[in-house]
Design a protein around this ligand. Sequence first.
Ligand SMILES: Cc1ncc(C[n+]2csc(CCOP(=O)(O)OP(=O)(O)O)c2C)c(N)n1
Length: 669
Amino acid sequence: MLEKINFPDDLKKLNILEKQKLAEDIRKYILEIVSENGGHLASNLGVVELTIALHSVFNFKSDKIVWDVGHQTYVHKILTGRKEALKTLRQLNGIAGFPKTNESEYDFFNTGHSSTSISAALGMARARDLKNGNYSVIAVIGDGAMTGGMALEALNDVGYSKTKMTIILNDNEMSISPNIGGLNMLLSKLRTKKMYTRSNIIMKKRIGEIPVIGKPIVKIVQTIKRSIKQLIIPKMFFEDIGFTYLGPVDGHNIEELQSILTLSKQIDNPVLIHVLTKKGKGYEIAEKNPDKFHATGPFDIETGKSKKEKGKDYSKVFGDKLVELAKKNEKIVAITASMKDGTGLTAFSKEFPDRFFDIGIAEQHALGLAAGMAIDGMIPVVPIYSSFYQRAYDQVIHDIALQNLPVIMCVDRAGVVGADGETHQGILDMAFFRLIPNLVILAPKDFQELEDMLAFAVDLNKPVVIRYPRGGEDKEPFEKHEKIQEGKAEILKEGKDVSIVTIGKMVARGMKFAEKLKENHIEAEVINVRFLKPLDEETIKKSIEKTKHVITIEDGTIINGLGTAIKELIIDNHMEEITIQAYAYPDKFIQHGSVEELEKIYHLDEDFIVKDIQKHISSEINEEDKQEEKTNENEDNKEKQEQKVENVKKSKRKDKKHKKMKVGEMKHK
Ligand SMILES: Cc1ncc(C[n+]2csc(CCOP(=O)(O)OP(=O)(O)O)c2C)c(N)n1
């Protein structure tokens, strides 16, 4: 069936049985691709029928759809002209793992971060109304994403506005891990309600079609239904805030889905359709382990086993160390915004269930909560991925830094993360955190340094940011680990020709570059700054005064990171004779691809940097040598000249004396 389908018009020609067959084919196809390329598996398997039904009922040449997070759009991509291209999923220059407006006219809004869809869809619906347009606008949002503040803010606005639009709540009872929170409690009550079936929808439609008295009857029926619902469910939350609530409906029954979607088209107010789906549907291994298969690397379809065995990574090192520290210090608490496993907090949650808080996909609340706990004596540790920390910027400034509260903000997945692309690259955190007064910002060079920094942060009693990358160490662990002291850098290698000033993951690379440079007779001094803030200006100044050349390497944006900090230091100290070369990511959004490919493209790879340094440093050293030679030559010439003058003077003096003598002699004579 899949062979026949390229665009939604092909789909519209199929009957229900054929669509069911298509759903099977799509599942197999997605499974094959994700098992090869990696990606978000379970969420996509869960929305196959829903996506088929949406493309059957709506016409997305004019209607619009916004997918929340957007990680569940593989089916949508298959049905909108990207079936073949999906084989390049998440690869450099291939199909993105999230919706991209520049990839297809069927993608109406870029997503990647959670809980944005309702705001965007309401914006589109309001724009439509202002332009007197006549098309449907739909937001598809998961029960996990619905816990995000932005989604709740938007619900509040939509319900009150009475704008015609449809929210599809894709409820699989899971965020990445099982979903939590009061909203989830409400949904679980709604889930137990009798499912909407086509027959009661048809009945509703038929009553509605009876002229004049029809509509009032629907109203009466609705009121009766509502009061019955109110009996079972204390408060019909969605209806009370202004929505027509339809559902729950079986999210794997294409026929029922099509009926309920068709019904929703006829309602002029905001509609919320509650769709029940199973995460991982159709692939038993994922159905049983939906969290593991939420996002996965390449794996074997038969066994579900990862093709690449996952080694120890920074998240795990962080999590294990936190358990160790928490055993000794009962003030330590951990907060996660729905990313317990990803951020390495699983062990902590088991060991200290009372000191562990999963608060939903709610990064802003996570930091606000941490501030409150810190002001009352706790030491909250909040690991969040770098790109999701963007959500909580004001909470870091207003609630934490301003009050100088001892919250430990662990920035996981810092730097380029690879296949998830633009929305997930963690290259902005150093730049945006560096602006904030009172923050102490660190980045470890290896696992042990992360452990040391965490222990240091627990004792510091200040707001601390510790950033570390996705995955493991870049090379063999370092042997040298000086004690962490606030604002103190460590010199890992001494040298006289150039200072390599670097931080975090890039320190290992800096050392490699230094070895390569040595082969070319360039002696590099390598400084692990450890603290982006406060920066160890003394150590850096001393080094660059000696070498006169500095290069900075960091896995963040070129703007306002380590490179900028060193440039400021040079200018503020009037060190005009110093040359600086800064290696970092450009002022751009970085696309998807492997980390290695992206590093190559953006010139952070060994090949490029070593050659580039050699080019600069060698030419500068040569230039200096020439200058020196010239100066020496000039000095030689000057000396010779002076010698000549001196000689002339001497001979003149001799002459004079001689003459005098002669005169004297004569006189004498
Ligand atoms: C702001 C933000 N925080 C965290 C994430 C990571 N994340 C991606 S999907 C997801 C769970 C989404 O759950 P749900 O909306 O229920 O969708 P499902 O995968 O269950 O279909 C999370 C936490 C994110 N994308 N954005």
